[in-house]
Design a protein around this ligand. Structure first.
Ligand code: SPV
Ligand code: MG
Length: 591
């Protein structure tokens, strides 16, 4: 079951009445369990005219409910068992549901049935004017005993009297044609049931041609004219199915129920698959007759569940830290021959601080891709992957040394940034496939414009005016050479790739790697010298959405001595609050 299409009883119950009040013909499909309800709810097609058509609601057939339980349709399946199926269906769809109530049992039983169905959020019950226990209407020669019209009308009235809402509909089903009692009997009973206060009439027939139904529909209109009011009519064209739904609507039907088709289709497919497996002595040949396992997983919400697990189970996600690069000369002069990850900022190494922030946000699987000075790294609570080629490439190629950890989505982290755990928590809760944390305070950070290789971003920012939107915004450009008029943000070096995002990243990486081996690739001379920004730009250019979540604080990069001293200052009194980071960053802005 997917958790997406749920609704509440009071929201769903009135949907049928509302659709009917919009004066369009309603197409209703049978469902006999959760899966068939999902299929009927999800399926839609586009007609040649461009019009999209879907089913307007579901029919809880007694024939298919009992058949799916391996029983005949003779009211031998009890109300509690029927209610279980009804609940199963109501749980997985938000479409209105019409329940086949058989004869409704004796009047007292019908009162209880109405009250339970109404409480569950069912929109309508249809009961047939046969004697309990009824026999299905479609089998020629089956005994069909009609109830006396007045007894049935009393049952209908008693059902109405227990209802608590105006939303729930009681529809009377005429079995006169099934019991060979003729159209006059049907019309006379229709009149009596309408007078008893029913919300609609269903006329049933098992003829192959629609003639008797069409005659009934004409007489029904005259009856309603006489009465001075009209209630909707329901048809079930199982046998006279040469008529289209539209034709039936044009003849006066308001609801057309396709009463058993999913069950019959499933039965034939099941039988064929079983026979094929026995014949072939294996299942290979039957595969083509079956939906794939993944299709079923998708239909019942397992893929959604898996997605959610990945989003919320941060412990399963890897953070890949690109920590292979050579430090700037100024660091070498000041601190000697150590990688940036090993720089001590207020008592802790950069890598340790990164690991702590990630851990606090729930990401505990760290993969650090090392290169320069890897033997000098003292923090050991991560997995290490060595980029032997670190001199030739940069962050992009480093991160791909950890490609095996990307599978179910991952976090990308520059090796030379410090960040607050809040940024990570926000990032891992997004739904988009590729999301960057982007800083919108670039304009305030005047000095940053003068620095080389700042990761600039052009994103669809709002005008700066206050806005209700808080979600990620689309990124259109990323690189260090975006024209100043277009720059809106700076990429912080934190990014999140969902499972699909990682798949896109990997596919585009391997494809471009071959094609641009010796050719300029976005801002890089060739693929070998490309960085993550070049690949992200390629991804954007290929039409995949890349999003940014905006921040203006909570991170700092350490690329030169000035950055280092600022970080040292921020952290010397322990972990800074986001407000402290902001104020110290603001102090850096020259007047
Ligand atoms: C059902 O679907 O259970 C019905 C319609 O009542 S029929 O089987 O045609 O009687
Ligand atoms: Mg039935």
């Amino acid at each position: 079951m997917s958790l997406k299409d749920r609704t509440l009883p009071e929201v769903r119950r009135g949907k049928l009445k509302k659709l009917l009040s919009e004066h369009k013909g309603l197409r209703i499909m049978e469902a006999h369990n959760g899966l068939s309800a999902l299929v009927a709810s999800e399926v839609s097609i586009e007609r040649q005219s461009g019009k999209t058509v879907e089913f307007d609601g579901l029919w809880l057939s007694s024939l298919t409910d009992s058949a799916s339980k391996g029983h005949p349709d003779t009211e031998v399946i009890g109300v509690d068992s029927r209610l279980m199926t009804i609940q199963e269906v109501l749980t997985v769809t938000n479409k209105p549901v019409i329940v086949d109530g058989d004869t409704g049992g004796e009047a007292l039983h019908f009162e209880y049935l109405c009250s339970k169905l109404e409480a569950l959020g069912v929109s309508a019950v249809i009961i047939e004017d046969k004697q309990y226990p009824k026999r299905n209407s479609l089998e020629p020669g089956a005994t069909q005993l009609l109830e006396s019209a007045s007894v049935f009308a009393t049952k209908l009235k008693r059902g109405r009297e227990v209802l608590l809402s105006e939303d729930f509909m009681i529809i009377a089903r005429l079995e006169s044609l099934i019991a060979n009692q003729g159209i006059e009997d049907a019309i006379s009973r229709a009149g009596e049931y309408l007078e008893a206060g029913v919300d609609g009439i269903m006329i049933h027939s098992k003829e192959k041609t629609p003639d008797e139904i069409l005659s009934f529909l004409k007489l029904y209109e005259s009856l309603c004219n006489e009465l001075g009011y009209r209630r909707p009519v329901v048809c079930v064209p199982t046998t006279y199915n040469s008529m289209t739904d539209e034709q039936l609507f044009n003849e006066g039907a308001n609801i057309v129920i396709h009463a058993n088709h999913q069950l019959r289709a499933a039965h034939r497919a099941m039988e064929q698959a079983c026979k094929t497996i026995l014949q072939s002595d294996r299942s290979l040949e039957a595969d083509a007759m079956c939906s794939t396992v993944r299709t079923i997983f998708k239909a019942v919400g397992f893929l959604d569940a898996k997605d959610k697990d990945a989003r919320y189970d941060k412990s399963a996600m890897h953070a890949i830290l690109a920590a292979a690069g050579r430090p700037p000369e100024s660091f070498m002069e000041a601190f000697g021959d150590i990688p940036v990850s090993e720089l001590i900022v207020a008592g802790k190494s950069v890598l340790q601080r990164q690991a702590e922030a990630l851990n606090q946000a729930g990401v505990s699987n760290l993969v650090a891709v090392t290169g320069y000075g890897r033997d000098r790294i003292s923090y050991q609570e991560a997995q290490f992957v060595h980029n032997t080629n670190f001199r030739a490439g940069n962050s992009l190629h480093s991160v791909f040394c950890a490609e095996t950890y990307m599978g179910s989505g991952f976090l990308f982290v520059y090796g030379d940034i410090l960040f607050h755990e809040r940024l990570v928590s926000d990032l891992i809760s997004v739904r988009e496939d590729i999301t960057l944390v982007i800083d919108r305070s670039l304009d305030a950070q005047v000095k940053r414009w003068t620095k080389p290789n700042v990761d600039l971003v052009a994103a669809k920012a709002d005008s700066g005016a206050r806005s209700l939107s808080v979600g990620p915004i689309p990124v259109s450009q990323i690189g260090s050479r975006i024209s100043p008029g277009e720059v809106t943000h700076e990429f912080t070096g934190l990014a999140m790739f969902s499972e699909r995002g990682a798949e896109i990243l990997r596919t585009v990486y391997h494809d471009t790697r071959r094609r641009y081996a010796a050719k300029p690739f976005h801002e890089a001379e060739n693929f070998q010298s490309a960085d993550i920004n070049d690949l992200l730009q390629e991804i954007i250019d290929r039409g995949y959405p890349v999003y940014g979540i905006e921040v203006n604080r909570g991170w700092i990069e350490i690329r030169d001595m000035e950055d280092y001293e600022a970080a040292q200052e921020m952290l010397k009194h322990g972990k800074p609050s986001t407000a402290e980071i902001r104020s110290i960053q603001a102090e850096k802005v020259p007047s």
